[in-house]
Design a protein around this ligand. Structure first.
Ligand code: SAM
Length: 282
């Protein structure tokens, strides 16, 4: 195991490099390495895996991923102040830091399978990153599992059951071809600085094969339109998606006067496939 005992405590790293937290980058750090070790353990065995970590910040979780035996940790950090602060870690462990916006940068050339993604995500970019990893056209995706910290409200939306207030686009996306579970609740007080809300670690694994041929792009169009106007009947909110949306809905067994929170994940997928067939003229 790589010995990290020569590294200074995280608080010293922050003080030495004057790393005051910036709200614009969703910077709430975890400085308790027992907690970050626990998150790394939740990601399951890491030996033999390349790990993608978005937003290493001062590097607490990164250190834990190294200690847990990751083959390599590729960190993508938008804030360049952290690059020199992480340098000592890169010289004693297989850690690579890329200064980039994770929403715009493709990590694939720098990772070898099998790959896991483990991150304490910046709250403001968490949903687009998560959607991007789940909406991959190529399936199975490049990753084996996701172990991700979200703010509690987002975690509830990911895990929500049909009919509940939180059931929405993220629930459909997460439950379509993956299994998501709540792995850990983390109180706001665990972060520095303390955010206004609690957080949760969610673990996501994909099922063996894609269960259907649903087009992620059309599924996104449908769920965005339906949950964007969740009080409306779907015959109204989805009107612009097809020439005769009532017939498309009926063909997939969805009553056109349904509200989106009563429609199952399987029905949303069936509707996406129906609209695709109609658009292709078959
Ligand atoms: N992993 C550290 C920890 O647990 O203490 C920091 C987590 S903090 C919640 C989020 C980190 O993501 C910050 O370091 C922030 O600068 C970085 N970040 C924010 N937006 C980003 C983006 N679009 N791409 C890459 N990194 C980003």
């Amino acid at each position: 195991m790589t010995d990290l005992s020569c590294l200074p405590p995280l608080r010293e790293v922050i003080a030495e490099h004057k790393l005051s937290a910036r709200k614009t980058f969703g910077q709430n750090f975890l400085l308790d390495e027992n907690l970050t070790d626990r998150i790394a353990r939740l990601a399951g065995p890491l030996k033999g895996y390349d790990i993608l970590e978005i937003g290493p910040g001062p590097g607490g979780l990164t250190r834990s991923l190294v200690r847990a035996g990751a083959r390599k940790v590729l960190c993508v950090e938008i804030d360049k102040r952290f690059v020199p602060a992480l340098q000592p870690l890169t010289s004693i462990a297989s850690v690579e830091i890329v200064h980039a916006d994770a929403l715009k940068w493709n990590p694939l050339g720098q990772l070898n399978p099998p790959i896991k993604i483990v991150s304490n995500l910046p709250f403001n970019s968490a949903t687009p990153l998560f959607a991007h990893w789940l909406e991959s056209v190529d399936w199975p995706p490049f990753w084996t599992s996701l172990t991700l910290m979200f703010q509690q409200e987002t975690a509830e939306r990911i895990l929500a059951d049909i009919g509940s207030k939180s059931y929405g686009r993220l629930s459909v996306l997460a439950q379509w071809r993956t299994q998501a579970r709540l792995a850990l609740r983390v109180p706001a007080a665990a972060f520095v600085p303390k955010p206004k809300v609690n957080a949760c670690v969610i673990q996501v694994r994909w099922q063996e094969e894609s269960p259907d041929r649903t087009n992620p792009y059309i599924l996104r169009q449908i769920t965005k339109a339906a949950f964007g106007q969740r009080r409306k009947m779907v015959r109204t909110s989805l009107k612009s998606l097809g020439p005769d949306i009532d017939s498309s809905l009926k063909a997939t067994g969805i009553p056109p006067d349904s509200r989106p929170e009563t429609i199952t994940v399987a029905q949303f997928c069936q509707l996406a496939r129906q609209l695709q067939r109609e658009r292709e003229g078959s």
